[in-house]
Design a protein. Structure first.
Length: 280
C-alpha cells in the first residue's frame, strides 16, 4: 500500500492559530472551499471530515468540497446505527461516483455515551461495535451482490435487498477504523482496510502493527495503517530532514510545502512503506 498524506478540514475558521480544525462550530461554505483547496495545492491525498452529534453533516460538507477540488480525496467519519446499512451503502456508492472515486470512510462508534445519547442512541459501547460489524457486513453485501439477497443478524434483517449503484472503487472505498478495545479490533480485523493509530515510540508502534496484522491474517486480510502524528510532523521537522524516523518502515519520506512558503502549514512525515501517514 502506498504512503498517503492525510489532513483534516473544519467547517468554520479557527479562532486562533492553535485551534484544531474540526467540524464543530457552525458552517462557513467559503472556509470549507478554501481549506480543501489549500490541502489540494499542498499535495495532500485525503482530508478527514469529522463527526459529532451537533455538527454539520459530513457527507454534505465533503461533497461541497469535492465539487470545488479536482484531486483531493475525502475521508468521512461515519457512525453506524443512525441510517440503515443498505441505504448507507447506496449513499457511499453515490458519493463515490459523484466525486470521481475520491471517497474513504472512517468508521466510528461514538466519542462518549453522553454524546451518542444526544442523537438518541443509548446502546452500550461494546454492543455498538457488534452492531457496527454487522452494519459493515451488510454494506459490503450490498456492494458485492448483483442479485437481491436476504440477511438476518443480531441487529439488522433485510429481505430482497438490492442496490442499483455500486462504488467505482473496487471492491469498495477504503474503510478505516480506530480503537484498541477488543470490540474495535475484532471489527477492524475482519471488515476494515486501514487501522488508524496515534504515533507512539517505535517499539510499541511495531508491536501494535504486528499484533493487528496477525489478528487480520486470520481472516485472510492484509491491513494498512494510518499513523497520526500532527505535532511530531510539525515540531520535529528538522529531525526528519536529518533522517530521523518516528515510525517503523523504510527510508521513504514525503515533504509538502504549500504556495507562499507558510511555515505553519508545512508538513513532513515519515511512515511505514505499507502504512498511511496523517499530517494535519
Amino acid at each position: 500500500m502506498p504512503i498517503r498524506l492525510i489532513g483534516m478540514i473544519g467547517v468554520t475558521p479557527p479562532k486562533s492559530a492553535a485551534t484544531l480544525h474540526i467540524i464543530e462550530g457552525g458552517l462557513s461554505p467559503n472556509y470549507i472551499t478554501e481549506a480543501a483547496r489549500a490541502h489540494e495545492a499542498a499535495g495532500f491525498d485525503l482530508v478527514l471530515v469529522g463527526y459529532s452529534s451537533s455538527s454539520a453533516e459530513g457527507f454534505l460538507v465533503a461533497l461541497h468540497a469535492a465539487e470545488r477540488t479536482e484531486r483531493l480525496g475525502y475521508l468521512i467519519a461515519h457512525r453506524p446505527g443512525f441510517v440503515a446499512p443498505t441505504l448507507m451503502a447506496r449513499k457511499i456508492a453515490t458519493f463515490d461516483h459523484l466525486s470521481g472515486g475520491r471517497l474513504a470512510v472512517h468508521i466510528i462508534t461514538g466519542k462518549t455515551d453522553d454524546e451518542q445519547e444526544g442523537d438518541g442512541d443509548f446502546t452500550p459501547k461494546a454492543e455498538r461495535y457488534r452492531r457496527a460489524a454487522e452494519y459493515l457486513e451488510l454494506m459490503i453485501l450490498a456492494w458485492s451482490n448483483e442479485r437481491p439477497f436476504d440477511f438476518t443478524g443480531e441487529f439488522y434483517r433485510v429481505n430482497g435487498a438490492h442496490s442499483d449503484v455500486r462504488p467505482p472503487q473496487k471492491p469498495h472505498p477504503l474503510l478505516f477504523f480506530g480503537g484498541a478495545s477488543d470490540g474495535a479490533l475484532a471489527m477492524g480485523a475482519q471488515l476494515c482496510d486501514v487501522y488508524a493509530i496515534y504515533a507512539e515510540p517505535l517499539a510499541s508502534t511495531r508491536e501494535r502493527i504486528r499484533q493487528f496484522r496477525a489478528q487480520a491474517s486470520a481472516f485472510g486480510r492484509t491491513p494498512g495503517f494510518n499513523v497520526c502524528a500532527p505535532d511530531h510532523c510539525r515540531e520535529r521537522r528538522h529531525g526528519v530532514e536529518q533522517g530521523e524516523q518516528y515510525s517503523c518502515g523504510d527510508d521513504r519520506s514525503q515533504r509538502l510545502e504549500p504556495p507562499g512558503g507558510d511555515d505553519r502549514a508545512r508538513r513532513q512525515c515519515r511512515a511505514p512503506a505499507d502504512g498511511l501517514c496523517a499530517g494535519t
